[in-house]
Ligand binder design. Structure first.
Ligand code: TXE
Length: 480
């Protein structure tokens, strides 16, 4: 059984704590490795390495930093198969998804920010009448913390690390304890790409020990976090007295609003994907489906028929559409919502049961589930389930759809299906979300701002927004 180590100062390092956590394979429910549950001492060691590396890295030319990030990207592409297998084994997602989305996107993150940093400019203002000019320095912050979740492990880990490094910071990063594998493998690629020692340090462990130690460490001046809303709120409370800069990308309960004038076939295919991609474990999944009355029954019939055809199976099989959920506690949490839905008067249109995949009966498999809800105010329609479960409801007017869409505590993304331009303009302005997709879903351009409103978080990632987050703006005023 493999014991993963922390990656500190360019070396795979045993934890001072000598505390270990089991790592489970969701496809068969078996323990297949262990990771350190790193203590304050391990985090302090990582912080020291990062702090020592900062003087040089922050002064390394943009061109050289860029070249190193591009090299990491290239190495990830070269190691696609190995990384995709590791991601799929660790997370339970279909290997096809890991190969076409997760790992290529991790490579894109490094490529994108390796290029973006060469174009990152700051402002200057001539103060006319004062004989003065102001210009803004964009300086790296120092040591920053990156904490990421389990649903898109390497994809989200690198979405934080790449801009942090590009901007000249040194990083102490923690992947989710549930999916540590690809972050672990990344260390060796960073060494191969020539990233100087100590610039990126990766510590493994539980949120309540290792994550907490990162948030509390006084040398870490900024934290970029993606995960649950409750965790985000906790991190904000702990970090507040130290005035740490925070970027929090939290949960979602995204509406998928379908009007009768949409391109039906395209909508149906995409809605299948936006509901169940990655077993519904994407913060952007459209988990609340609202359909305009004239096409409601038609949609219900067609959608449920398509959902029933989705193949739940072992993640390594090429024919698998829906793999395993990430962990046993998570499977139990999601299944609990099926019970809640029934108690609340919801109608189970399909799914809701555990699936026993032959030969892997202890894996965490669940049927894709569609629930018709009697009111938008029920818990399954309000709370983030984060699994292969969607709710379905009709609406009659645009206003009604908008009111229901906004009547949740979250505000990450929304999808609209319509060919009416005026409606598109009206609704996209009024929907409370950080991202609105019209006639598509999860079409991502890395230059665009990414993040949510309300309980979906604060701050924006992506493009220059990320580089702004990972730098301090300093204004210099020169009188001449
Ligand atoms: O996330 P956690 P969990 C949602 C989803 C899910 C719920 C809980 O609804 O069911 O959150 O998931 C680290 N200090 N999302 O419990 O705990 C933790 O180790 C510092 C949405 O798995 O928030 C991991 O690395 N760090 C989401 C990361 O935070 C702490 C993706 C996320 O874990 C910490 C995942 C602490 N005190 C879950 N406690 C999305 N927005 O995409 C935990 N962590």
């Amino acid at each position: 059984m493999q014991q993963l180590k922390n990656f500190i100062n360019g070396q795979y390092t045993l934890p001072v704590s000598n505390n270990w956590i089991d790592n489970y394979c969701p496809a068969n429910g078996e323990v297949y490795g262990q990771i350190p549950n790193s203590s304050k001492d391990d985090v302090a060691q990582a912080c020291r390495a990062a702090k020592n590396a900062f003087a040089n890295w922050s002064q390394t030319t943009i061109e050289k930093r860029s070249r190193i990030l591009l090299k990491i990207s290239e190495l990830l592409e070269k190691n696609l198969q190995r990384f995709a297998e590791a991601e799929s084994t660790d997370n339970g997602k279909p290997i096809s998804l890991a190969k076409t989305v997760d790992i290529p996107r991790a490579a894109s993150n490094f490529r994108f920010f390796g290029n973006a940093i060469t174009q990152f400019a700051s402002e200057s203002h001539e103060s006319v009448g004062f004989n003065a000019i102001n210009y803004t320095l964009r300086q790296p912050i120092g040591v920053v913390g990156c904490i990421s979740p389990w649903n898109l492990p390497l994809y989200l880990f690198t979405w934080k690390i790449a801009p942090a490094l590009a901007a000249g910071n040194c990083v102490v990063a923690k992947p989710s304890e549930v999916t540590p594998m690809t972050a672990y493998l990344l260390g060796e690629l960073c060494n191969e790409a020539g990233l100087p020692k100590g610039v990126l340090n990766i510590v493994h462990g539980l949120g309540s020990t290792t994550g907490q130690a990162i948030v509390e460490h006084p040398d870490i001046k900024a934290i970029s976090f993606t995960g649950g809303t409750a965790t985000g709120a906790h991190i904000a409370r702990v970090a507040a007295p130290m005035f740490k800069k925070l970027s929090l990308e939290l949960g979602g309960k995204n509406p998928n609003i379908i009007f009768a004038d949409c391109d039906y076939d395209d909508m149906l295919e995409t809605t299948l994907r936006s509901s169940f991609a990655n077993q519904g474990q994407i913060c952007l999944c459209g988990s609340r489906i609202f359909v305009e009355q004239p096409i409601y029954n038609q949609f219900k019939t067609d959608f449920v028929a398509r959902v029933k055809k989705l193949n739940v199976g072992h993640p390594a099989e090429a024919t698998t559409d829906i793999g395993a959920l990430v962990s046993k506690p998570h499977l139990e949490k999601v299944m609990q919502y099926v019970t809640i839905a029934k108690e609340e008067g919801g109608t189970l249109l399909c799914g809701g049961n555990k699936v026993l995949v032959k030969g892997f009966e202890n894996g965490y498999y669940l049927e894709p589930t569609v629930i018709e809800v009697p009111t938008d105010e029920c818990r399954v329609n309000q709370e983030e389930i984060f699994g292969p479960v969607v709710t379905l409801m009709p609406f009659t007017t645009e206003n009604e759809a908008l009111t229901m869409a906004n009547k949740v505590k979250y505000g990450l993304s929304a999808t609209l299906w319509t060919n009416n331009l005026k409606r598109t303009m009206r609704m996209s302005q009024q929907i409370q979300a950080g991202i609105v997709w019209i006639n598509t879903w999860m079409l991502r351009d890395l230059r665009t701002p990414f993040g949510g409103v309300k309980s979906s978080g604060v701050g924006r990632e992506g493009g220059f927004e990320a580089l702004r987050f990972f730098t301090e703006a300093k204004n210099v005023c020169i009188k001449y």
